[in-house]
Design a binder for this molecule. Structure first.
Ligand SMILES: *Cc1c(COP(=O)(O)O)cnc(C)c1O
Length: 201
Protein backbone atom coordinates (compact mmCIF):
# COMPACT_ATOMS: atom_id res chain seq x y z
CA UNK A 1 0.00 0.00 0.00
CA UNK A 2 1.31 3.45 -0.92
CA UNK A 3 1.09 6.55 1.21
CA UNK A 4 -2.01 8.72 1.19
CA UNK A 5 -0.08 11.44 -0.69
CA UNK A 6 1.01 9.05 -3.43
CA UNK A 7 -2.48 7.63 -3.78
CA UNK A 8 -3.92 11.12 -3.93
CA UNK A 9 -1.48 12.04 -6.73
CA UNK A 10 -2.40 8.97 -8.73
CA UNK A 11 -6.11 9.48 -8.13
CA UNK A 12 -5.93 13.11 -9.24
CA UNK A 13 -3.93 12.30 -12.34
CA UNK A 14 -6.36 9.54 -13.34
CA UNK A 15 -9.26 11.93 -12.84
CA UNK A 16 -7.54 14.52 -14.99
CA UNK A 17 -6.92 11.96 -17.75
CA UNK A 18 -10.49 10.67 -17.90
CA UNK A 19 -12.20 14.02 -17.41
CA UNK A 20 -15.11 15.19 -15.28
CA UNK A 21 -17.70 12.96 -16.96
CA UNK A 22 -16.12 9.81 -15.56
CA UNK A 23 -16.50 8.73 -11.93
CA UNK A 24 -13.45 6.94 -10.60
CA UNK A 25 -14.55 4.02 -8.42
CA UNK A 26 -11.75 2.64 -6.23
CA UNK A 27 -12.03 -1.16 -6.25
CA UNK A 28 -11.16 -2.14 -2.69
CA UNK A 29 -11.29 -5.96 -2.66
CA UNK A 30 -7.57 -6.17 -1.79
CA UNK A 31 -7.64 -3.28 0.67
CA UNK A 32 -7.77 -4.23 4.34
CA UNK A 33 -10.03 -2.63 6.90
CA UNK A 34 -7.07 -0.68 8.31
CA UNK A 35 -5.89 0.46 4.90
CA UNK A 36 -9.29 1.96 4.06
CA UNK A 37 -8.28 4.88 6.27
CA UNK A 38 -5.44 5.72 3.87
CA UNK A 39 -7.90 5.90 1.01
CA UNK A 40 -10.06 8.32 2.94
CA UNK A 41 -6.99 10.45 3.66
CA UNK A 42 -6.11 10.37 -0.03
CA UNK A 43 -9.46 11.92 -0.88
CA UNK A 44 -11.04 8.90 -2.59
CA UNK A 45 -14.78 9.50 -2.78
CA UNK A 46 -16.36 6.39 -4.26
CA UNK A 47 -15.36 2.83 -3.39
CA UNK A 48 -16.51 -0.43 -4.96
CA UNK A 49 -16.56 -3.71 -3.02
CA UNK A 50 -16.89 -7.24 -4.39
CA UNK A 51 -18.12 -9.07 -1.34
CA UNK A 52 -21.10 -8.21 0.81
CA UNK A 53 -19.37 -9.28 4.03
CA UNK A 54 -16.33 -7.06 3.43
CA UNK A 55 -18.68 -4.26 2.42
CA UNK A 56 -20.56 -4.52 5.71
CA UNK A 57 -17.38 -4.58 7.80
CA UNK A 58 -15.77 -1.65 5.98
CA UNK A 59 -18.98 0.34 5.89
CA UNK A 60 -19.48 -0.07 9.63
CA UNK A 61 -16.16 1.66 10.26
CA UNK A 62 -15.90 4.11 7.35
CA UNK A 63 -19.51 4.59 6.34
CA UNK A 64 -19.41 8.37 6.21
CA UNK A 65 -16.01 8.60 4.50
CA UNK A 66 -17.09 7.24 1.09
CA UNK A 67 -19.96 6.62 -1.26
CA UNK A 68 -20.36 2.85 -1.56
CA UNK A 69 -20.87 0.84 -4.73
CA UNK A 70 -21.14 -2.92 -5.15
CA UNK A 71 -19.14 -4.37 -8.06
CA UNK A 72 -18.91 -8.10 -7.30
CA UNK A 73 -20.99 -11.18 -7.87
CA UNK A 74 -24.30 -10.55 -6.16
CA UNK A 75 -25.68 -13.51 -4.21
CA UNK A 76 -29.42 -13.29 -3.76
CA UNK A 77 -29.22 -13.81 0.00
CA UNK A 78 -26.95 -10.75 0.20
CA UNK A 79 -29.10 -8.51 -1.95
CA UNK A 80 -30.92 -6.86 0.96
CA UNK A 81 -27.63 -6.03 2.69
CA UNK A 82 -26.14 -4.57 -0.48
CA UNK A 83 -29.31 -2.54 -1.04
CA UNK A 84 -29.06 -1.12 2.44
CA UNK A 85 -25.39 -0.12 2.25
CA UNK A 86 -24.80 0.99 -1.33
CA UNK A 87 -26.03 3.70 -3.67
CA UNK A 88 -25.40 1.69 -6.85
CA UNK A 89 -24.88 -1.94 -7.86
CA UNK A 90 -22.69 -2.36 -10.98
CA UNK A 91 -23.18 -6.10 -11.29
CA UNK A 92 -26.84 -6.98 -11.58
CA UNK A 93 -26.89 -10.25 -13.51
CA UNK A 94 -29.61 -12.54 -12.21
CA UNK A 95 -33.36 -12.70 -12.11
CA UNK A 96 -33.40 -13.33 -8.36
CA UNK A 97 -31.29 -10.23 -7.70
CA UNK A 98 -33.49 -8.19 -10.04
CA UNK A 99 -36.47 -9.22 -7.93
CA UNK A 100 -34.85 -8.27 -4.63
CA UNK A 101 -32.49 -5.35 -5.22
CA UNK A 102 -33.90 -1.99 -4.17
CA UNK A 103 -31.15 0.39 -5.32
CA UNK A 104 -30.34 1.59 -8.85
CA UNK A 105 -28.24 -0.82 -10.85
CA UNK A 106 -26.15 -1.42 -13.91
CA UNK A 107 -26.63 -4.72 -15.70
CA UNK A 108 -23.45 -6.75 -16.12
CA UNK A 109 -23.06 -8.03 -19.65
CA UNK A 110 -20.93 -11.05 -20.52
CA UNK A 111 -19.90 -10.01 -24.02
CA UNK A 112 -17.52 -12.85 -24.80
CA UNK A 113 -19.69 -15.62 -23.38
CA UNK A 114 -17.03 -16.58 -20.85
CA UNK A 115 -18.27 -19.42 -18.66
CA UNK A 116 -16.24 -18.32 -15.65
CA UNK A 117 -17.88 -14.90 -15.57
CA UNK A 118 -21.32 -13.84 -14.58
CA UNK A 119 -23.26 -11.44 -16.72
CA UNK A 120 -26.20 -11.43 -19.08
CA UNK A 121 -25.54 -12.56 -22.66
CA UNK A 122 -26.04 -9.70 -25.16
CA UNK A 123 -28.85 -11.59 -26.91
CA UNK A 124 -30.67 -11.99 -23.59
CA UNK A 125 -30.34 -8.37 -22.56
CA UNK A 126 -33.64 -7.27 -24.05
CA UNK A 127 -35.58 -9.85 -22.03
CA UNK A 128 -33.63 -9.15 -18.87
CA UNK A 129 -34.27 -5.40 -19.11
CA UNK A 130 -37.96 -6.15 -19.61
CA UNK A 131 -37.92 -8.18 -16.38
CA UNK A 132 -36.21 -5.27 -14.63
CA UNK A 133 -38.96 -2.93 -15.79
CA UNK A 134 -41.52 -5.33 -14.36
CA UNK A 135 -39.78 -5.59 -11.01
CA UNK A 136 -39.42 -1.81 -10.88
CA UNK A 137 -35.66 -1.79 -10.50
CA UNK A 138 -33.99 1.32 -11.87
CA UNK A 139 -31.45 0.25 -14.49
CA UNK A 140 -29.12 3.13 -15.30
CA UNK A 141 -26.68 1.42 -17.58
CA UNK A 142 -24.40 -1.50 -18.36
CA UNK A 143 -21.16 -2.91 -16.98
CA UNK A 144 -18.65 -5.35 -18.39
CA UNK A 145 -15.38 -7.08 -17.56
CA UNK A 146 -13.70 -7.87 -20.89
CA UNK A 147 -11.52 -10.96 -21.35
CA UNK A 148 -8.16 -10.64 -19.64
CA UNK A 149 -5.53 -9.24 -22.02
CA UNK A 150 -2.10 -7.69 -21.69
CA UNK A 151 -2.74 -5.03 -24.32
CA UNK A 152 -5.31 -2.40 -23.31
CA UNK A 153 -6.27 -1.99 -26.97
CA UNK A 154 -7.60 -5.56 -26.90
CA UNK A 155 -10.45 -4.32 -24.69
CA UNK A 156 -11.55 -1.60 -27.10
CA UNK A 157 -13.96 -3.73 -29.19
CA UNK A 158 -15.68 -4.92 -25.98
CA UNK A 159 -16.04 -1.40 -24.65
CA UNK A 160 -17.36 -0.17 -27.98
CA UNK A 161 -19.85 -3.00 -28.12
CA UNK A 162 -21.07 -2.27 -24.60
CA UNK A 163 -21.59 1.39 -25.55
CA UNK A 164 -23.55 0.39 -28.64
CA UNK A 165 -25.75 -1.92 -26.56
CA UNK A 166 -26.38 0.82 -24.01
CA UNK A 167 -27.30 3.25 -26.79
CA UNK A 168 -29.70 0.76 -28.30
CA UNK A 169 -31.54 0.46 -24.98
CA UNK A 170 -31.25 4.14 -24.15
CA UNK A 171 -29.16 3.56 -21.04
CA UNK A 172 -26.89 6.49 -20.11
CA UNK A 173 -24.30 4.88 -17.80
CA UNK A 174 -21.34 2.67 -18.69
CA UNK A 175 -19.10 1.01 -16.08
CA UNK A 176 -16.03 -0.30 -17.90
CA UNK A 177 -12.26 -0.22 -17.64
CA UNK A 178 -9.91 -1.31 -14.85
CA UNK A 179 -6.31 -0.36 -14.02
CA UNK A 180 -4.92 -1.65 -17.24
CA UNK A 181 -7.45 -0.36 -19.75
CA UNK A 182 -9.32 2.57 -18.14
CA UNK A 183 -7.95 5.09 -20.67
CA UNK A 184 -9.34 3.08 -23.56
CA UNK A 185 -12.63 2.70 -21.66
CA UNK A 186 -12.84 6.47 -21.14
CA UNK A 187 -12.23 7.04 -24.85
CA UNK A 188 -15.08 4.66 -25.59
CA UNK A 189 -17.53 6.47 -23.35
CA UNK A 190 -17.19 5.04 -19.84
CA UNK A 191 -19.01 7.00 -17.16
CA UNK A 192 -17.52 4.84 -14.38
CA UNK A 193 -14.06 3.26 -14.33
CA UNK A 194 -13.23 0.73 -11.60
CA UNK A 195 -9.58 0.89 -10.63
CA UNK A 196 -7.61 -0.77 -7.84
CA UNK A 197 -3.97 -1.69 -8.40
CA UNK A 198 -3.07 1.46 -10.37
CA UNK A 199 -3.95 3.52 -7.32
CA UNK A 200 -1.99 1.76 -4.62
CA UNK A 201 0.45 -0.90 -5.84
C1 LIG B 1 -10.80 -5.88 -8.79
C2 LIG B 1 -11.79 -5.32 -9.71
C3 LIG B 1 -11.53 -4.15 -10.44
C4 LIG B 1 -10.22 -3.41 -10.38
O1 LIG B 1 -9.17 -4.16 -10.90
P1 LIG B 1 -7.68 -3.54 -10.93
O2 LIG B 1 -6.99 -4.36 -11.94
O3 LIG B 1 -7.12 -3.68 -9.56
O4 LIG B 1 -7.82 -2.12 -11.35
C5 LIG B 1 -12.54 -3.67 -11.25
N1 LIG B 1 -13.73 -4.28 -11.37
C6 LIG B 1 -14.01 -5.40 -10.69
C7 LIG B 1 -15.34 -6.04 -10.86
C8 LIG B 1 -13.06 -5.95 -9.85
O5 LIG B 1 -13.34 -7.09 -9.20
Amino acid sequence: MRSAEEIRERYESIRECVGPGVTVVAATKYVSLEEMRVLAEAGIEVVGENRAQALATKQARYGAAFRWHFIGHLQSRKTALVSELCELCHSLASESAARQLSIPALVEVNLAGEETKSGIAPEELDGFLELCRQTGIEVRGLMTMPPLASDPEASRPSFRRLRELAERFNLPQLSMGTSQDYLVAAEEGATFIRVGSVLWS
